[in-house]
Ligand binder design. Structure first.
Ligand SMILES: Cc1cc2nc3c(=O)[nH]c(=O)nc-3n(C[C@H](O)[C@H](O)[C@H](O)COP(=O)(O)O)c2cc1C
Length: 273
């Protein structure tokens, strides 16, 4: 059985997580498809019953990034798939439910799923350093359990009932999550005003941000960020070796400061079979 890792991971936490899961599976052949790369999202991937796909995406209330392109690029033929979402110690809303629905309408069978915590894209103090050593142990064990279930026992069942992960502690966030969950589609896009980035003098024009941006929204030579294209994924902020890029919208910066307090308590990963 070949294990295909498909991931969209601007900040790298989703990528690390799917890697750990695959490592937990032991000595399997692993093939990677990095969906941050635009050309990869435009390819067509056909998977067989004896492939296993691990699909990892970062999340807001629903899935975030470019899920439509990713889903449209993959086709299964009764192919087992593991759904993985990463969230920044807040809540993962409806993301696993959306992912299951989308992949199962494209010939896949979800055999396991997991919601894991990753360092926040916008506020690095939230869930700092995660996935950490404790998360890694859980991810390795998750991979081991998937191997036993799917590869050894050929068990493609999924008995867990996926529910919306509601924010219970804060009414305003609860209401926002409820509205977001009820809206059609699965992509949450940042309000236009929030897609504002600033570049300081530390920039050495290494172009790492340009290459990393999933939608080619950056021209570092002219110091321009195309806010119409920008997804607000914060990949450029996390990849910059000189910490030259930062959020510029005061409301968003303020909100992140508040979240540092309300999202301080450690949440633990959840897995489903
Ligand atoms: C636009 C956007 C919205 C996000 N919304 C949420 C959210 O609602 N709840 C949460 O816990 N984390 C949220 N996050 C944080 C990411 O899901 C989290 O940091 C994730 O680990 C990032 O994955 P990556 O490192 O693979 O990019 C959001 C991040 C971005 C960029």
């Amino acid at each position: 059985m070949k294990v295909h890792l498909i991931y969209f991971s601007p900040g790298g936490t989703t990528k690390r997580t799917v890697h750990n899961i695959a490592q937990g599976m032991g000595n399997v052949e692993v093939i990677e498809h990095d969906m941050l790369v635009q050309e990869n999202r435009r390819k067509k991937y056909n998977f067989k019953t004896d492939d296993l796909v691990i699909l990892g995406m970062m999340t807001a209330t629903k899935l975030f990034g470019v899920p439509e392109e990713i889903f449209n690029s993959i086709q299964g033929h009764n192919t087992p798939i593991v759904g993985v979402v990463l969230y920044g110690n807040g809540y993962y809303g409806k993301s696993l439910i959306c992912m299951k629905k989308e992949v199962e309408s494209r010939g896949f069978k979800m055999v396991a799923a997991g919601a894991f915590i990753g360092q926040s894209s916008f506020a690095p103090k939230i869930a700092k350093g995660r996935p950490d050593a404790k998360d890694r142990e859980i991810q390795l064990q998750f991979g081991k359990d998937i191997y036993e279930k799917v590869v050894v026992n050929k068990d493609f069942s999924f008995k867990s009932k996926l529910k919306i992960n509601w924010p219970k502690d804060d009414t305003l966030t609860f209401v926002k999550c409820a509205i977001g969950s009820a809206l059609p589609g699965y992509t949450v896009k940042l309000p236009y005003a929030w897609n504002q980035l600033s570049l300081n003098d530390n920039c050495i024009q290494c172009k790492k941000c340009e290459k990393h941006c999933p939608v080619n929204a950056i021209d570092i030579f002219t110091k321009s960020f195309d806010r119409k294209k920008c997804l607000g994924c914060a990949g450029c902020i996390s990849i910059c070796p000189k910490k030259a890029i930062s959020l510029a919208n005061p409301s968003l910066v303020n909100m992140m400061k508040k979240l540092e307090t309300t999202r301080a308590e450690r949440k633990e990963p959840k897995t489903f079979f």
